[in-house]
Write a protein that binds this ligand. Structure first.
Ligand SMILES: [Ca+2]
Length: 353
């Protein structure tokens, strides 16, 4: 390859002083082109590029199988939470409508599947029986003291955790506590900060930028294109991700199974809610679930509709005291995982246990 010096020499020799000027010009131009190519190959700095629009998480189970799920970026923004007075089917706890600012975060495109929940269950299930909460905490503290990596897990499920459904159906019948514990397990497993979405994040993601009743519009006749509910479910849950997504790529936000969110339930929650990344009341007895399920009528399939754990949800558990991990027979309740971009924005385990 001809060196710059030899190239310069040959030009100089041919063109004399004029040639030297040409040589410098060519040399500078070539360096500029090379720099541009190098910059293009390297790309822009990561900070400038921002978080990816989506990513796929893969978890390897105890038996070596791989289970994957997709997370999409929910862009930050402001929306009106709750429903306007006069919306058909509206309940009082959906108001007042109030403006809420949400930071960007990731949300799973589907409800958590039985396959993934079984991976968590098999890896963490403990032979221990249900203790009272105090005894449980003491036992878990002992476990952690002996082994810092000890993952706390649910007690054996009463009955069949799958309730006869296939592995790509939504996981069902776990308590809020169990769903939270799953997110902790998933975080340890992957190194990312998984958690339940807050109620505000969930509704924001369900609306996907729209200001109508269902996210896709106001016409309940379109509901069957997006959701499994009372009219089209044949009385059972369905495989996740079989209906149309909403505008932000999320499946089954409405219907199939109702989804645990982070917040405690209070009918007054919106009256004094924070206007940025609200996290619900600081205390409470039961938690909120969102989206309606396969048994729900149209009015419970609205983006603003709120449900919460009712006493009957524990009625399938014959144990005394009742398990803090399972809601046997309750095949309408599940959840989906969120992931914080800024882990300080919402701390998944802060305050609530
Ligand atoms: Ca759902």
């Amino acid at each position: 390859m001809l060196s710059w010096n030899r190239f310069a020499y040959s030009i100089k020799k041919a063109w004399g002083k004029q040639g030297l000027k040409v040589n410098r010009g060519v040399k500078h131009l070539a360096l500029a082109v090379l720099s541009l190519i190098a910059f293009q190959c390297r790309g822009a700095p990561d900070e400038a590029r921002g978080p990816a629009k989506s990513y796929t998480e893969t978890v390897t189970t105890k038996s070596g199988e791989k289970v994957s799920f997709k997370m999409v970026l929910v862009p930050g923004g402001t929306f009106l939470m709750g429903s306007p007075e006069g919306e058909p089917g509206r309940k009082d706890d959906e108001g007042p409508q109030h403006k809420v600012r949400i930071d960007q975060f990731y949300l799973c495109t589907t409800e958590t599947t039985i396959e993934l929940f079984l991976a968590y269950y098999h890896e963490t299930v403990s032979a221990k029986k249900d203790f009272t909460e105090t005894e449980q905490a003491k036992k878990e503290a002992e476990l952690v003291a002996n082994d810092v990596d000890a993952a706390t897990g649910p007690t054996p499920v009463y009955g069949d955790m799958t309730m006869g459904y296939g592995k790509t159906h939504p996981a069902i019948g776990m308590t809020w506590h169990n769903a939270m514990n799953f997110c902790e397990w998933l975080s340890k497993k992957t190194g990312r900060k998984y958690r339940l979405p807050t109620e505000a994040e969930w509704e924001y993601a369900c609306r996907a930028g729209a200001t109508n009743v269902f996210g896709f519009g106001n016409d309940p006749n379109q509901l069957a294109e997006f959701a499994w509910y009372k009219t089209n479910s044949d009385g059972e849950t369905h495989e996740v991700g079989k209906k149309k997504t909403n505008a932000w790529g999320l499946y089954d936000m409405l219907g199939n199974v109702s989804e645990w969110v982070y917040d405690f339930y209070s009918p007054q929650a919106y009256k004094d809610a924070a206007n940025t990344n609200p996290r619900g009341p600081t205390t409470g007895k039961v938690h909120v679930a969102r989206g309606g399920d396969y048994t729900s009528p149209i009015e419970d399939m609205r983006c603003a509709a709120r449900t919460f754990e009712e006493e009957g949800w524990r009625s399938g558990d014959p144990q005394i005291p009742k398990s803090k991990w399972w809601l046997p027979g309750m095949d309408f309740i599940g959840f989906r995982a969120a992931m914080s971009i800024d882990p300080n924005a919402v701390k998944p385990n802060d305050g609530q246990k």
